[in-house]
Design a protein around this ligand. Sequence first.
Ligand code: A3P
Length: 345
Amino acid sequence: MLFKQQALLRQKLFVLGSLAIGSLLYLVARVGSLDRLQPLCPIDGRFGPRSQDEIPLRALQFKRGLLHEFRKGNATKEQIRLHNLGQQLPKAIIIGVRKGGTRALLEMLNLHPAVVKASQEIHFFDNDENYAKGIEWYRKKMPFSYPHQITIEKSPAYFITEEVPERIYKMNSSIKLLIIVREPTTRAISDYTQVLEGKERKNKTYYKFEKLAIDPNTCEVNTKYKAVRTSIYTKHLERWLKYFPIEQFHIVDGDRLITEPLPELQLVEKFLNLPPRISQYNLYFNATRGFYCLRFNIVFNKCLAGSKGRIHPEVDTSVITKLRKFFHPFNQKFYQITGRTFNWP
Ligand code: A3P
């Protein structure tokens, strides 16, 4: 009899225990998957007030989920309305400089829950054909975002194209402009390397960098060579300053973004009036790539494509010295105008 009662009690305890463990497992699974699931309620309901100070880091995962789906074009009109989504014109543009680290900067800023990136370079302001399509065409190229988020696009050709400052000014005279620069000679070599790779892919031969960068007649720096001209940052910036005050620009140190990205990103957060949300957790050094890669959460992480971080060809040291000497006075002027000094030789 006593044995039977004990067996019954054990059976009851087993059932209760199983129920408790089952519930616990369900809760763990649900909480774990929440970040990856598309939420049923709009962002308001999940995250409370819209003040940017209150955007939690968790919004990162949310962004990867829902907005990613919408970006792929899977959103229905009802979903867009329900979530109060829209395609906003950019509040900030990375205008250049080509090979300065523009893609890394855009992708890293996109880690911020209040930032949404336009994935492709849109080339609206530098391409006459695109520009003729009008501002609505441009807006429709933007990703979906929530009203409290800001959209950022990057097209490095904007920095060096004559017509662009006026065109951007006409769209939004108070827009924030980001320029990421690298030591000018390194940037020029990186620019050359990209073109060289394109030629090699088409089985074409190409000149050596030295031949392009130095005028064979004068033995001086060839200022007609585009890779050289692009690195004369001050010349381009001066054109922009005819339309925008210097306060509307923020200069990012592209060399530091490679070695120590977080402090550079924190400066940008400040410039964009965003609460600091990007942390060291979001950036991890990948020894194989030799670069920092991005971590959205425990599930999503990514490195930039292999086309970023190419091995540069070796360049004659006398040519490097000549170029550095050439850029020196322009660099000094650039420091003076921007108030940001770099240790460029
Ligand atoms: P290199 O290919 O010369 O190394 P852009 O995106 O403007 O074309 O700039 C490309 C440069 O971004 C690369 O130049 C690379 O050095 C730099 N870069 C900065 N951070 C990077 C990162 N985390 N991953 C890969 N490349 C990065």
